[in-house]
Design a protein around this ligand. Structure first.
Ligand code: ADP
Ligand code: MG
Length: 259
């Protein structure tokens, strides 16, 4: 095993699973903007971490560094005991190990729902077509869109498309799932159907990092809330402690605006 430093969490509870995603002193700049500042974060197997904070605080960038959609300047990121790969096939495998669901559903518009969920399996995991299709249909059923398998994304509602995006990520058997504001682009009546799928995933033991403004989800599904502002982790705590008794003024101020 290569060396991956185990970062210390800033103050949340001590979850019991082994470290799965470890960010150690991560720094990143966009030009003059120091977008991630000394980020130390350990996500343990089976943990659900909700990341909240004001717009522009670096939440999306944090997510994107974890599957290397963004590079970092200094520090290290380890996934399951290995440093993030830099390129090539290893990187493709990492992207499969780290499932990502975005605000905009990012489905392939010219492929059917079924093909969307099969594609990564056949291309990256080298699964044969029949097996990939069977798995895709099972997952589509699981997220409640099995009847839409032959349709194209544009024929589905936003909530349905987002559930397909979740199924597509799950088809790769990811070790961890990252959700970056998965319900922010949805009409209000579709938010719950997506949150329910995520709740179920959490109950099933999936390791999850979820950037969201859905505080109900944070309260009921998160083991830990990470509060970011200005590129820093300001506070980490169990949801009840965080929402009822935030320690920092920044968190108090943020919560007073959203709750
Ligand atoms: P959040 O998701 O918390 O709203 P982001 O991670 O998207 O925050 O962005 C953090 C800061 O970095 C913002 O000021 C944003 O404008 C800036 N930023 C994000 N992506 C880029 C980029 N590719 N190039 C330059 N600046 C960026
Ligand atoms: Mg964002």
């Amino acid at each position: 095993m290569s060396e991956v430093p185990v970062a210390k969490n800033a103050g949340g509870p001590a979850p019991t699973g082994e470290p799965l995603v470890v960010l150690d002193n991560v720094n990143k700049h966009f030009g003059a903007l120091h977008v991630l500042q000394d980020i130390n974060l350990t996500i343990r197997r089976g943990e659900v971490v909700v990341v909240i904070g004001p717009s522009g605080s670096g939440k999306s960038t944090l997510c994107r560094t974890i599957n290397r959609l963004e590079t970092i300047d200094t520090g290290s990121i380890g996934i399951d005991g290995k440093p993030l790969p830099q390129e090539g096939r290893e990187l493709a495998r990492l992207r499969a190990d780290v499932g990502m669901v975005f605000q905009s559903f990012n489905l392939f518009a010219h492929k059917t729902v079924l093909e969307n969920v099969m594609l990564g399996q056949t291309k990256v995991r080298k699964t044969d077509k029949a097996t990939a299709e069977k798995k895709a249909r099972t997952l589509l059923d699981r997220v409640g869109v099995g009847a839409q398998a032959e349709k194209y994304p544009a024929q589905l509602s936003g909530g349905q498309q987002q559930r397909v995006a979740i199924a597509r990520a799950l088809a790769m058997d990811p070790k961890v799932m990252l959700f970056d504001e998965p319900t922010s682009a949805l009409d209000p009546e579709m938010i719950n159907e997506v949150l329910e799928v995520m709740q179920q995933l959490a109950r099933d033991g999936m390791t999850m990092v979820v950037v969201t403004h859905e505080m109900g989800f944070a309260r009921s599904a998160a083991n830990r809330v990470v509060f970011m502002a200005d590129g820093k982790i300001i506070e980490e705590a169990e949801p009840n402690q965080f929402f009822n008794n935030p320690r920092s003024d920044r968190a108090k101020d943020f919560l007073s605006k959203i709750l």
